[in-house]
Design a protein around this ligand. Structure first.
Ligand SMILES: CC(C)(COP(=O)(O)OP(=O)(O)OC[C@H]1O[C@@H](n2cnc3c(N)ncnc32)[C@H](O)[C@@H]1OP(=O)(O)O)[C@@H](O)C(=O)NCCC(=O)NCCS
Length: 175
């Protein structure tokens, strides 16, 4: 299982040891507003960790917890996973942060490391991201990463704004 490092964060595959931090994150209605629209219960978070552990074992990628190197606290989470949870679909990148860590560049910092993993380690030809069209904070992270708007599509029983970047787009940004 792959740990990723950025300047300020360590991205560790989500595990049972992260329950408290992940529950703190996912219980916040403001964090979940554009995702499921409702805060998680402890049982939801435990079930999420179980699903994610199984995907790490099956695919070698899934959700990471974002650990602030300075405090050791879990300040967010993010993923590389198959869009629509279907292995036939392209890879999707995603993120969420604790509210007290918004507007400090942590999502973009983690996104860069997760995208690098997708393109350079997994050799993905394409990376996609989806969000509620009203979630401008998330679409800004997609744009900062170098993704382009592709249009509106239905995913996860939601109308979503879809962004994407190809391996060529990624390479061109690294030059
Ligand atoms: C989506 C989400 C992760 C974006 O968080 P964010 O803090 O806006 O994004 P970043 O971490 O990239 O930070 C960018 C902001 O930090 C500022 N910033 C400060 N230092 C920075 C740095 N070193 N690098 C980049 N940006 C920096 C930027 O100017 C920008 O400010 P702004 O938000 O006032 O425009 C956050 O809003 C969130 O967790 N929302 C709830 C969960 C969610 O909806 N997730 C997405 C589902 S699709």
């Amino acid at each position: 299982m792959t740990i990723l490092n950025t300047q300020r964060l360590r991205l560790e595959p989500c595990s049972d040891a992260h329950f408290e931090g992940l529950y703190e994150l996912n219980r916040d209605p403001e964090v979940m507003r554009y995702i499921t629209g409702k805060p998680e219960t402890p049982e939801d978070t435990r079930a999420m960790i179980e699903r994610v552990k199984a995907r790490w074992a099956e695919f070698g990628y899934s959700w990471w917890s974002f650990i602030d190197k300075e405090s050791g606290q879990i300040i967010g989470a993010g993923c590389i996973q198959h869009l629509g949870r279907d292995a036939a679909n392209p890879l999707e990148i995603g993120w969420r942060l604790r509210k007290d860590r918004w507007h400090q560049g942590f999502a973009s910092e983690a996104a860069q490391a997760m995208a690098q993993f997708a393109f350079e380690t997994l050799k993905a030809p394409l990376l996609v991201a989806v969000c509620d069209p009203a979630n401008s904070a998330s679409s800004r992270v997609m744009e900062r990463l170098g993704m382009s708007y592709r249009g509106r599509e239905r995913w996860y029983d939601m109308d979503t704004a879809v962004y994407q970047m190809t391996d060529r787009d990624w390479l061109a940004r690294q030059l």
